[in-house]
Design a protein around this ligand. Structure first.
Ligand code: PGA
Length: 250
């Protein structure tokens, strides 16, 4: 069975709650596409008003992060059950900005992956190399490690539902999209890694996105690649252009 595309916006630290509702109302009529899952991953404080504003549309709500404990003395953190209760379906885990600025490790991300599945949240696990790693020729070694540790202990059934976002760090927010060939090559490598860790059926089912300066001009070519099942979109997800990205196939 063909994999359904998944196109997610990552709003990062943008949009106050009232701006968020306005943006949803602008984008809502532009992002209808039955052939793709459409997800808005928004700042924690925007989740409740965004979920309300998305009611009756095809937009699903995602979070940008969560903690791996249920509750307790973890000042400033958000638990999985809080997300679920607020109507969240997806959660981005291990974005390179979380890893880089907030010291998240592969082991932390693995704990979060387990927690997400315990609560029926679908993780969008990010991986991707730095420019230095690409130039040193260790891209695939590095990403295989991120994927293997991130998925450690998850069952094949869980892995089949997960989403992996391949986001080369040098392409994020830089306007420098990876070429379709570079993006396809790594997404294929990630699928091969999943086949090794699990089996061919799991590799066939798991959805792998590309992220990093995706825009309305580059989306169609990227999403047409055999191993690219959609995108994780930052900057362009905050503009009407996101409608064109979601409707890349029209
Ligand atoms: P960008 O961000 O599209 O602005 O490059 C993508 C991301 O970081 O998820």
């Amino acid at each position: 069975m063909a994999r359904k595309k998944i196109i997610a916006g990552n709003w990062k630290m943008n949009m106050t709650p009232s701006e968020a509702v306005e943006l949803v109302n602008t984008l809502k009529p532009l992002v209808a596409n039955e052939e793709a899952d459409v997800v808005f991953c928004v700042p924690a404080i925007d989740i409740v008003p965004v979920a309300e504003a998305c009611k009756g549309s095809n937009i699903q709500v995602g979070a940008e992060n969560m903690y791996f404990e249920e509750k307790g003395a973890y000042t400033g953190e958000i638990s999985p059950n809080m997300l679920v209760d607020a109507g969240v379906k997806y959660v981005i885990l291990g974005h390179s900005e979380r890893r880089g600025y907030f010291g998240e490790t592969d082991a932390d991300i693995n704990k979060k992956m387990h927690k997400a599945f315990e609560h029926n949240l679908i993780p969008i696990m990010c991986c991707g190399e730095s420019l230095e790693q690409r130039e040193q020729g260790v891209t695939m070694d590095f990403i295989r490690q991120q994927v293997k540790i991130g998925f450690q202990g998850l069952t094949a059934d869980q892995a089949k539902q997960a989403v992996i976002a391949y986001e080369p760090i040098w392409a994020i927010g830089t306007g420098k999209t990876a070429t379709t060939e570079q993006a396809q090559e790594v997404c294929k490598g990630i699928r091969e890694c999943i086949a090794e860790v699990y089996d061919a059926a799991t590799a066939e089912a798991i959805r792998i996105q590309y992220g990093g300066s995706v825009n309305a001009a580059t989306a169609a070519d990227l999403f047409a690649q055999e191993d690219i099942d959609g995108g994780l979109v930052g900057g362009a997800a905050l503009k009407p252009d996101f409608g064109k990205i979601v409707n890349y196939n029209k």
